[in-house]
Design a binder for this molecule. Structure first.
Ligand code: GLC
Length: 478
């Protein structure tokens, strides 16, 4: 399929390109920058939620699944973006949010049966963003389930009418020419029918979790054994040709049931491994054994790669993740080496994610060409060089990322992890060797024959050595 080995570029619309000076990125702005994405060699664009939203969670609290938020433009603007993307050879994915709606969605009053209700908080479940997962509805005095913010009421996927309504919303977008969906928060999609209490945790969580939530083992609040019924309803609505990418916040080893229906699921193990080579190697090993792994450099929810891996290792880590078989996801700004920033203004996201969502830096004009107005987020610390500046520098991160995507197309669709020790990770493909080293000393490597790409200048001069914090991709003569 087209997405095997593809690179999918994540556009966080609010921070990509503003076209009307209101300080918020929008669809016409994104359309005007599609050449940049195509020029990287990416195969597809994933747009963060475009739907009308009161923005308590910046678009992930949807108040209408079949329209566009006025701050982003109109449905016609989205149609135009799809057409232009297709002309450039880019597929378009929407971010679809099946787990919950905004409490301002008309369904919340007109179809309360689409949601999960109780007369009292029904159990000890915790919301991912803190506090009880049960919110009191001031109108009825009853309690509704919310796995995230209280403004995001959880939908009941056991209800066939809800499944049908969501199927209609998905088909609406397929008919407009959308090529796929990134499906939000799927481990929370299906609830335990009996709403049983989660037992106390017997050890640390497998993935980083809010400390108050980590005291429980999420046996009933997440990862329901009947999730495939909901996933199958989504698949049936869109058909087999539409790419379905799952955001499932579970270790790779537990993704099997999701991959029976979905095409790709993100590897959060690899994302959270950061600069720990042993942990990253283990995550890569399980990802390589799981067909459908999506490798993620950064996204809008977690620290960016240079912050997680350490600035020294960022180029090598990017080279490695972009060279792995599977599908790779590049968050806007990854190509510039953007690290977490300190926002200069008041907090926008209540969960503290502003620093990962700073506006793109396009050129040397005021606000780096993102907006002619006042950006909704601005940075208080030294920003990375802009796209225009990096275009002039052959050693820039932008040049490295573009070259890595180019080389990726020549790498095979298989690779084995052959070594992981002392900070070094080495993979062998059909006729290639990928080697990186997060350690402070040089590491030895099984040689390739011709260097194809080096993380830092000089890294590939001797293909039996991987320099400290360096790496290379080499080709082998058959
Ligand atoms: C996903 C999104 C995140 C959002 C949450 C609730 O994890 O990536 O941004 O806050 O779901 O929808």
């Amino acid at each position: 399929m087209w997405w095997d080995n593809a690179v999918i570029y994540q556009v966080y619309l609010r921070s990509f390109q503003d076209s009307d000076g209101d300080g918020v990125g929008d669809l016409p702005g994104a359309l005007s920058r599609l050449e940049h994405i195509a020029g990287l060699g990416a195969d597809a664009v994933w747009l963060s939620p475009v739907y009308p939203s009161p923005n308590h969670d910046f678009g992930y609290d949807v108040s209408d699944f079949t329209d566009v938020d006025p701050s982003f433009g109109t449905l016609a603007d989205l149609d135009a973006l799809i057409v232009r993307a297709h002309e450039l050879g880019l597929r378009v994915l929407l971010d679809f949010v099946p787990c919950h709606t905004s409490t301002e969605h008309r369904w919340f009053r007109e179809h309360p049966e689409y949601y999960v209700w109780a007369d009292e908080p029904a159990n000890n479940w915790r919301a991912a963003f803190g506090g009880s997962a049960w919110g009191e509805d001031s109108v009825t005095g009853r309690y509704y389930l919310h796995s995230f913010f209280p403004e995001q009421a959880d939908l009941d996927w056991h209800n066939p009418e809800l499944r049908a309504a969501m199927g209609d919303a998905l088909r609406f977008w397929v008919q407009r020419g959308i090529d796929g969906f990134r499906l939000d928060a799927l481990d929370r999609l299906m609830k335990d029918r009996e709403l049983r209490d989660d037992p106390p945790a017997s050890g640390p969580p497998a993935l980083p979790t809010d400390p108050a939530d980590a005291v429980l083992e999420h046996r009933y609040s997440r990862n329901s054994p009947d999730v495939s019924r909901a996933l199958q309803a989504i698949r049936d609505a869109v058909g087999d040709d539409i790419l379905l990418v799952g955001e499932v916040y579970l270790p790779t080893g537990e993704l099997g049931p999701y991959l029976e229906v979905l095409d790709i699921v993100f590897s959060f193990d690899a994302l959270h491994a950061g600069g720990d080579a042993a942990e990253l190697a283990a995550a890569i090993d399980s990802g390589l054994r799981t067909s459908g792994t999506g490798w993620v450099l950064s996204n809008h929810d977690f620290s960016r790669l240079p912050t997680r891996s350490g600035a020294d290792n960022a180029r090598a880590a990017s080279l490695l993740l972009l060279s792995l078989p599977g599908t790779a996801f590049l968050f806007q700004g990854d190509e510039l080496g953007m690290a977490d920033a300190t926002p200069s203004g008041p907090p926008q996201d209540r969960h503290g994610r502003d620093g990962f969502r700073m506006p793109m830096r396009w050129d040397e004009s005021p606000h780096a060409g993102f907006t002619t107005g006042t950006p909704w987020l601005d940075t208080a610390n030294e920003p990375v060089p802009s796209v225009a500046e990096q275009e002039r520098d052959p050693q820039s991160t932008l040049a490295l990322v573009r070259a890595a995507i180019g080389v990726r197309q020549r790498l095979g669709s298989e690779a084995d992890l052959i070594e992981a020790r002392d900070g070094a990770i080495i993979l062998e493909g059909e006729d290639s060797v990928v080697a990186v080293n997060f350690g402070d000393g040089a590491a030895s490597a099984p040689p390739g024959d011709h260097v194809e790409l080096a993380a830092n200048p000089g890294d590939g001069d001797d293909l039996t050595v991987v320099p400290a914090h360096g790496g290379w991709v080499a080709r082998r003569d058959r």
